[in-house]
Design a protein around this ligand. Sequence first.
Ligand SMILES: [Cu+2]
Length: 632
Amino acid sequence: MGNPCGPLAAQVLICCALMLVVSHQVAPAPSPPAPVTRRSFTWDVEYIMWAPDCQQSVMIGINGKFPGPTITANAGDLIRVEVTNSLHTEGLVIHWHGIKQIGTPWADGTASISQCPINSGENFTYEFVADKPGTFFYHGHFGMQRAAGLYGSLIVNGMDRQKEPFAGEYNGELSMLLSDWYHENVYAQSAGLDGKDKHWQWVGEPQTILINGRGQFGCSLGITRDRRACDRRKKDALCQEGDKSERCELIRRSECGPFCEGSQCSPVVFDVEPGKTYRLRIASTTSLSALNVQIQGHKLTVVEADGNFVEPFVVDDIDIYSGESYSVLLKADQRPSSYWISVGVRGRRPKTQPALAILKYTNSKPDSWPAGMPPETPAWDNVTRSKEFTYRIKAREKTARPPTTVDRRLTMLNTQNMFKGHIKWAINHVTLSLPATPYLGAYFYGIEAIAFDSSTESPDTYDRTYDIQKPPDGQAPAAKVPTTVSDRVFKIAHGAVVDVVLQNANALEAGVSESHPWHLHGHDFWVLGYGDGVYEHGRDSKALNTESPPLRNTVVLFPHGWTVLRYVADNPGVWAFHCHIEPHLHLGMGVIFAEGMEKLRELNVPREAITCGEAKTATLPLAPAMAPPPPP
Ligand SMILES: [Cu+2]
């Protein structure tokens, strides 16, 4: 496959044109186009042997390394990534989490939704504009490839950094990409999740939390359940420099202890200068775990969430769910020394040790470990504390406010269900299964009728007699709606203002309801509010925050509670909206918004992005279903 994108100028023009359509602004007087910076990358994606937590595993690497390279760009830059799939037995896509893909929905990197998976041995070029500054990341969005290690950081700075809010308040930047790691490979994980009846197997808790791709399994820097194993590793790590014996080489490559220099699992050390302030960017691409981050002896000032500046507030620690990102200001205002950074599990009974990193003042004693025990992250089941943190996030002054009139309201009941012996997650009793033909291609070529179930839309609400406090089998007969598996979509008209009420419910087990971080592609949304129990529009809508709701791309739905969000459907494309917990999405916890499809012909959709499944054979040669726009 060649470069799927049109010439640079055309690309930029399309984006600019769309942004103008979106904001309904009068076109400014013509001026020479600003030079666009193109940032190009060539990536080879393959399975590699790596020891992210001191234990050798097979994982997905980019250009031979894990995690993938960090992309740093400025807002307005054109990012071009040529990806070669060197995974010999499977397809591949990469999603750019937090990038809106304005005018380039085919570059969103979602298999079966925005594009065909890149075949083994083939390549594909993503080309898109970094539409705004923020802390983002990228990750696999096919099968469970994210959980296999396919991810990395994507940092977008403001076009003029000095004009960014808070720019004058920090001297340097630090970056922390959080993830979790399983020793069982993703094939075994997904086979277990797909299993029927007694063959169904939950993935369980991860073995290790990773910070920038590094962790220490069972050996949290000496604070370990198995002291002897830890000591053994420590001893093994004492290979002298220059010792080229096979044993030492092996130790260095894989089983090297956390104390061994140059190890793939040595703890991350963040160097800071005393008296300076840092913008610490934190993003989470965990497969399962909700996390809490704290730094011994230091306060954190939250200033950014998912690429949007928020009203600053000071905390001792932050909660972060998969799919979220934050920037916090960190002042190196303590005695010059070393301090622990702890990252612990929230919301699930932790069987995973907290991850540790070190904050090190530059003039502190070299090689000194922090004194004292690492800070203990809050009790895993203290949901009230998580809510308190989350409810404090408010938009920074000057953030765009949401429209006040709403065109469409969708209420989404989140349930866990049995379907023909399989455990699934469902939205309004429908569990998502993706079609072979990417939706975007189906619409582009006008073959929706054969590509997926386009006879009806997904249900936009649920039977209000459903008791969210009870498991599905405890429901009254009228509310016992059978679960179906479907690839239906919501068709959203271009420009519509959409409210989504996420309504949590009880899982299969009595008394259990889980937190779900919901992520929307192609958009930021305003988080209008949260609450416990059932959302009652007449009562609860009055208390929604329409004055300072934070803009985000991921939001948490708390157990047995509700979350309301609003977005403007101003970005034609087919966008996933789903729980960011990898095994939950695998079990069907998501919906599809086919948005502004009437505008699709205005986009320069590259054929190789969307030609597979029925699109390959339906009509040859394929022609777009809609006539191209007239020449200017
Ligand atoms: Cu979930």
